[in-house]
Design a binder for this molecule. Structure first.
Ligand SMILES: Cc1cc2nc3c(=O)[nH]c(=O)nc-3n(C[C@H](O)[C@H](O)[C@H](O)COP(=O)(O)OP(=O)(O)OC[C@H]3O[C@@H](n4cnc5c(N)ncnc54)[C@H](O)[C@@H]3O)c2cc1C
Length: 389
């Protein structure tokens, strides 16, 4: 088993975590990424203890601490009045409770740390400018074909190519990727543009009819990450780099508390983006012989529980353990699907439901006990959870 070559499609958070976990257990991986270079994309991510366990185990804890922020507290507030509906104590509390930190980080900083770690294990394992097109497989292995004309062969292929996964479309029955009716607005704001009062507590969500607005510190408090999620049928483009306009954003949140509007008014216009969110139905089977999927490719996740990247990290940690513990490829694949499908597909469905809780017309559906922590999601540890077929 240890000499089997594992092809990974996609160098996102899930693909890189899977690569690192597999390398940790002695496997050779080859990662193929469509982007021409490994650049800085995305904005802030909240990483909860259930994923941090994996990074601690893989030796990334200190390196991540150089750029992440641990919020001392968080709050959910009424969109109009600013009344606090829920206060959460963060700081060291999650570590004391779960044994791992809750932190907030720029996706690019996390991505950089993962790339450094993967390349330190094998400097030649990442191949950029390799957009996966299709694959063929038989009893002896799997071969992937790329848009640049190259091919790559191995014993196993893991599709970590995000919510529009071409690997998934290649091996499983055709199914639509549908627009959710939700648009994510994302911005990065230099922290010195915001007063301490506007940023208290340091992590906060305002919830209201059809819209949610969140903001929190990243990059050691130098930058504030803004994510707003709005039901907005009619505009359906998708991507990390689609620019948006401040007047449109302000208009959309015109009836929100003045704190929210103050933040929107000082956003650097060139750092405001929007993204129409897509979804796929939960996948019934994750394995097709020598091919499986991981992260958003397996379970594209709406961001209402802030668990999309977290689930990809859990998957990545667990897939390495499965290959380490199973005697052959078939059993490793079965162990991976058996260990991950119920949890990740379940969180995918719970995330959808959370939209109704945060965006109810009169906050009538809001249940403070049903956030990611209240649903018990932080209690999972991908390093120690029993593996099962
Ligand atoms: C607004 C918003 C806020 C979010 N906030 C959070 C949060 O706070 N916490 C959290 O945990 N999650 C959050 N998420 C979710 C999170 O960003 C995703 O779930 C996570 O990035 C999924 O990781 P992944 O590796 O599966 O996919 P991706 O990060 O999408 O990576 C896929 C990789 O595959 C590559 N690729 C795609 N197609 C091909 C191809 N054909 N060939 C080769 N390579 C290919 C891509 O270029 C990319 O590098 C948020 C998402 C959104 C939209």
């Amino acid at each position: 088993m240890k000499d089997c070559q594992i092809l990974i499609i996609g160098a996102g958070i899930g693909g890189l975590t899977a690569a690192l976990s597999l390398q940790h257990y002695g496997f050779k991986v080859a990662i193929h990424e469509q982007a021409p270079e490994l650049g800085e994309v995305g904005a802030g991510l909240t990483i909860t203890p259930n994923a941090t366990h994996a990074f601690d185990f893989l030796g990334l804890g200190d390196r991540l601490a150089e750029s992440y922020c641990i919020p001392t507290a968080g709050a959910v507030k009424n969109y109009k009045t600013g009344e606090t509906l829920l206060k959460t104590y963060r700081g060291n509390t999650p570590f004391e409770k779960y044994g791992a930190h809750y932190f907030q980080i720029h996706r690019a900083d996390l991505h950089t740390v993962l790339i450094e770690a993967v390349l330190a294990n094998d400097p030649d394992c990442i191949h950029v400018d390799h957009a996966f097109v299709d694959l063929s497989q038989d009893d002896s292995g799997v071969t992937a074909r790329f848009a640049n004309g190259d091919t790559a062969s191995g014993e196993v292929l893991i599709g970590c190519d995000g919510g529009n996964s071409a690997v998934r479309s290649n091996v499983f029955a055709p199914e639509p990727v549908v627009f959710t009716g939700q648009v994510a607005w994302r911005a990065l704001v230099p922290a010195d543009r915001l007063t301490e009062e506007l940023m208290t507590p340091p992590s906060c969500a305002y919830i209201g009819p059809d819209r949610l607005f969140t903001r929190y510190f990243i990059r050691k408090g130098e930058t504030v990450n803004v994510v707003a999620l709005a039901r907005q049928p009619g505009w359906e483009e998708e991507g990390w780099t689609i620019h948006a306009e401040i007047p449109e954003f302000l208009d959309l949140y015109h009836d929100f508390h003045s704190d929210v509007k103050e933040i929107i008014k000082v956003l650097p216009p060139e750092l405001l983006y929007k993204w129409a969110l897509r979804d796929r139905e939960p996948l019934a089977n994750w394995v097709c012989d020598r091919v499986t999927v991981l992260g958003d490719a397996a379970h594209p996740m709406t961001p209402f529980l802030g668990q999309g990247a977290v689930m990809a990290i859990e998957d990545g940690m667990v897939v390495g353990r499965c290959f380490h513990e199973a005697p052959n490829i078939t059993e490793a694949m079965a162990l991976y699907e058996g260990s991950r499908k119920e949890r990740a597909n379940g969180v995918q469905i719970q995330s959808r439901a959370q939209a109704a809780s945060y965006q109810g017309s009169a906050l009538e559906n809001y249940n403070p006990g049903r956030n990611a922590e209240g649903r018990g999601l932080f209690e999972y540890n991908p390093v120690t959870v029993p593996l099962t077929v």
